[in-house]
Design a protein around this ligand. Sequence first.
Ligand code: NDP
Length: 274
Amino acid sequence: MSDHYAVIGNPISHSKSPALHTAFARQCAQDIVYGAIFGPLDKFAECVTAFRASGGKGMNVTLPFKLEAFAIADELTERARLAEAVNTLMFDNDRILGDNTDGVGLVRDLKENLGLTLAGKRILILGAGGAARGVLRPLLEEGPSRLAIANNTPSKAVALKEQVANAAHVSGGGFSDFKGEQFDLVINATSASLSGDAIPLHDGVFADGAFAYDMAYGDGNTPFMDAALAHGVAGVADGFGMLAGQAAESFHLWRGVRPDIVPVIAEIRANWTR
Ligand code: NDP
């Protein structure tokens, strides 16, 4: 009998996780069924309990439940503990293991799919919410020479540096605090692309040959990608590869095999529907 997994979120109908995991299962010859569960805002824990009771083996967790998933886990991986957020649950006998695969998903996409080198590079992260928090440590482990966190509310970026990435070459502040500095990689981890708002990017923020990455994704360029192209960057990408990377890492946790994300990204993009 197939093992059952699901993603839970609110909203959830747009989720690409079922398509990703179904493609991974086919590629890796794993007998699984992967569904999508709409979680009412006040019923996250009940939904998890019901899925587990029906024989479910694990879940992916998306907005707005990553903090609740962190709270219900009996055991946490180191990266989930540092991120204080959980996007992957594994049901192991009577325990719930919580993991956070967002950071490794981003790093895999940047390195393996986009072919970027992160060691020695100057990286600017825009935003200081849950997504930024989850990727800081995995990015730092790649050895950038500089990591700056710029946010609308500067105090949140300062707090993030102090709590998660307290090193001499890391700093946090407002968007205007980094005027005059140049970066090789600028990552948009704000939700500005979802609202269509522009992010204030200073002239010269992009070094020669710089790359711009938006964690948001969809059909076509995001406003941030278009703004970066107007500044003359060498390349842009949206966050679909990060989504695929985090999904592959969850799949690895559950099934013990790590799928190749590159052909799966191409397959799903070719059949993209909103
Ligand atoms: P949060 O709500 O936790 O954080 C939102 C961040 O965006 C905050 O730093 C906030 O600033 C900032 N922000 C909101 N609106 C604006 C604006 N108009 N201009 C500038 N900054 C703004 O969200 P998440 O961190 O969970 O998600 C952020 C983005 O990352 C979303 O687009 C999400 O879809 C994407 N994401 C993608 C993933 C992937 O796998 N590709 C995984 C996870 C997230 P302030 O603190 O001042 O309010």
